[in-house]
Design a protein around this ligand. Structure first.
Ligand code: FE2
Length: 223
């Protein structure tokens, strides 16, 4: 039986999707006429920044590796990243309008625009991430070994500023299953210095409900 290949997109895409869904729920629950809406607007800004940076990393470290094998697909994915950038710019404009308009009624209207624009952003990005995992990933598997794919991932990880990496890791921890948490933490335990492992274990302790944490601890102790 063939061995399971490495899905380089799985964990980061799950984290990003988790963030999209949570932000969508926050937007639906927010009264944009109230000053408390600032927390939702801040989270929205963060998710937009994370997606922008994620697209940039893929453009730089992954897409060029596949261009020689399927230029048409890479053109399409790069075009997707451009469309995504425009959807992001629209949302940034709405955010700026919300911040600079003190009127409660205007802010409520801007809040509605934010909701619709974010729905478009979510829909587009869900399709886009599926395309990466259903088409791009198989081309990566065909032309590169898992070790080479992990090397691309390592380059991406090194280029992400530490505070961003930790914040994204928190969203990943909230958005993956027990088996994925265990595999992730065992990898960090094996490959990174002890304080780094402690940091990631701390994120698991903060984010996972106690019954899941018990399972994770048990699995880590048996190794
Ligand atoms: Fe992606």
């Amino acid at each position: 039986m063939s061995q399971q290949r490495y899905n380089v997109f799985n964990q980061i895409h799950k984290g990003l999707r988790g963030m999209l869904y949570d932000t969508a729920r926050c937007i639906q629950q927010t009264d944009f006429a109230q000053p408390e809406a600032e927390a939702t607007v801040n989270q929205l800004e963060q998710v937009l920044r994370f997606f922008d940076e994620h697209a940039e990393n893929e453009d730089q470290f992954i897409l060029p590796k596949i261009r020689q094998h399927n230029a048409q697909l890479i053109d399409e994915l790069e075009k997707d990243h451009d469309i995504d950038h425009r959807l992001t710019e629209t949302l940034f404009e709405h955010i700026k309008d919300w911040r600079t308009n003190p009127s409660a009624i205007t802010r409520e209207t801007i809040g509605q625009r934010i909701g619709y624009a974010f729905n478009e952003f979510i829909a587009f990005n869900l399709y886009h991430m599926n395309k990466e995992e259903n088409v791009l990933m198989y081309l990566l598997w065909k032309h590169y070994s898992d070790a080479e794919i992990r090397q691309m991932e390592a380059q991406i990880l090194q280029s992400i500023p530490l505070p961003t990496l930790l914040a994204e890791s928190r969203w990943m921890m909230r958005s993956i299953n027990d088996n994925e948490v265990i595999t992730w933490l065992l990898g960090v335990k094996k490959e990174a210095p002890a304080p780094v492992f402690e940091t990631f274990l701390g994120i698991a302790r903060d984010e996972l409900p106690s019954e899941r944490l018990v399972k994770v601890h048990a699995a880590l102790e048996t190794v």
